[in-house]
Design a protein around this ligand. Structure first.
Ligand SMILES: [Cu+2]
Length: 184
């Protein structure tokens, strides 16, 4: 998604959100998910997902103008299989403009919070990077074995413990998961 910042400069985003916005992608440990990367912009972005290796299912072109104005997806061509040199396990995928790039991954082996981002430095820093969360159980705080990156939002000033708040859509509440010193 292409947005603008407070100086009216172009800014590339994921999920239409800033890095520090609440987490909206929650997945359960061990689950298999297909992520649809919808590129409605004009350039290719190499999207890197931390924690997992994934495979590319396919890419399919869609009507960008209609999607941009109505958020409705209308495919305008058949699914295209990935090139032969990108059919192995990947940690980064080219999201081609005008295409939905579908990737599939099994989310493990750790719970925690991990980033996914464009790997172009100028994009990932402003602000094409988002956190996602892997839960042991989405609606409990049983995450004492987390190895994830911690988001420095809502930081508690409490000794060397850094906590964070995550939004659980399924539980319809904001909870504070287990805390752990990410530097310790
Ligand atoms: Cu990019």
């Amino acid at each position: 998604m292409v947005g603008v910042n407070e100086y009216n400069r172009l800014m590339f985003m994921l999920e239409d959100k800033m890095w520090t916005d609440p987490i909206t992608i929650n997945t359960e440990l061990g689950s298999v998910e297909v992520w649809n990367i919808i590129n409605s912009g004009a350039g290719t972005h190499p999207i890197h997902v931390h924690l997992v290796q994934f495979q590319i299912l396919n890419r399919q072109p869609f009507n960008v103008q209609e999607y941009t104005s109505t958020k409705k997806l209308k495919y305008i061509g058949p699914e295209v299989l990935p090139d032969e040199n990108e059919r192995g396990w990947k940690d980064t995928v080219k999201a081609i403009p005008g295409y939905i790039t579908k990737i599939i991954a099994r989310f493990g082996d750790f719970t925690g919070i991990y980033p996914f981002h464009c790997h172009i430095l100028e994009h990932e820093n402003h602000d094409m990077m988002r956190p996602y969360r892997v839960y042991r159980d989405k609606c409990t705080d049983e995450d004492e074995n987390e190895h994830g990156l911690y988001i420095l939002k809502d930081v508690e000033e409490d000794a060397d413990i850094i906590g964070l708040k995550a939004y659980h859509p399924e539980c319809n509440e904001v909870t504070k998961p287990g805390t752990r010193n990410p530097l310790g």
